[in-house]
Design a protein around this ligand. Structure first.
Ligand SMILES: *C/C=C(C)/C=C/C=C(C)/C=C/C1=C(C)CCCC1(C)C
Length: 271
């Protein structure tokens, strides 16, 4: 639970609208992943199930975050500002990540071209490491007072960074292998894009976590955090899911050419 700063009308509205936009993005992505499931071969369907669950869980949590944001402030007519009159529950974000981040790992491992036993072991490592990363970050998030790296916040942040680095290391090793082994260059490119998207969006979370260490606070700091987390979530969940979906469709076409009869999947004739 977080005590919030006083916000101007503009600051309050920016967060209000971004949270609303994020709910729309998550729910729309859910419908998209659900409808496009039929274009994917059976062995890759788990990727699409995981994508559906991720955006559904996130959509639900954003509805709760939005309600908590509305409830946390009262409009001060005289000053024309929003005063914090209630606590804001930002634990919803961590509850959300604890469920969705492991599922994001499932999505990518399902579309990798590896043996069933390697798939199971890689998935286990990534799921456990991503859960640990969120779990270890949370106690530090509760420490709102520290402004130094050498504090409780800094310590938990450091511990959480160990599985974070391990995940990126494993992912990049596997993505590099996929890019080398895939005969279809387009699939290789999609894997590279998934890697870059993961690096740039995931990188935002620890930077935001460190905000108190570089003096980001007050209304501006709060707006930066809420907007940053929301946009990073949309890219890391909806955008990422769309890339994984395209990989799954391409792989399905390779294995079951009859799927190409679906006009949605057909390549334009080149001859
Ligand atoms: C959809 C939500 C996603 C992709 C969330 C990702 C979250 C992280 C990569 C968080 C990482 C953290 C650290 C590496 C250290 C500080 C604590 C965290 C949890 C913010």
């Amino acid at each position: 639970m977080l005590e919030l700063p006083e916000l101007t009308l503009t600051q309050y509205s920016i967060v209000y609208n971004i949270l609303s936009f994020t709910i729309a993005a998550m729910l729309a992505s859910f419908v998209y992943f659900l409808i496009t499931r039929q274009d994917i071969a059976k062995r890759y369907k788990l990727a699409s199930t995981a994508s559906c669950l991720v955006v559904l869980i996130a959509g639900y949590h954003y509805i709760r975050i939005f309600a908590s944001w509305e409830h946390a402030f009262t409009f001060n007519e005289a000053a024309g500002t929003y005063s914090p009159t209630n606590v804001f529950n930002d634990a919803y974000r961590y509850m959300d990540w604890a469920l969705t981040v492991p599922l994001l790992m499932v999505e990518i491992v399902v579309v990798m071209s590896i043996s069933a036993s390697r798939r199971a072991s890689l998935m286990t490592k990534l799921v456990i490491a991503s859960f640990l990363m969120i779990l270890l970050g949370y106690p530090g998030e509760l420490d709102r007072e520290s402004t130094s790296l050498f504090s409780e916040r800094g310590l938990w942040g450091f511990l959480s960074t160990i599985p974070f680095v391990y995940i990126l290391f494993l992912l990049f090793k596997e993505i590099k292998r996929e890019m080398g082994e895939q005969k279809d260059k387009e699939i290789g490119r999609l894997f590279r894009n998934v890697g870059l998207l993961t690096l740039f969006t995931w990188g935002f979370y620890p930077i935001a976590y460190m905000a108190p260490f570089y003096g980001l606070s007050g209304g501006g700091g709060e707006v930066f955090l809420q907007v940053g987390y929301s946009l990073a979530d949309v890219l890391a969940k909806c955008g990422y899911g769309i890339l994984i979906h395209h990989i799954a469709v391409k792989l399905s076409e390779q294995q079951a050419p009859e799927l190409q009869k679906n006009p949605m999947n057909a390549e334009p004739a080149t001859a």
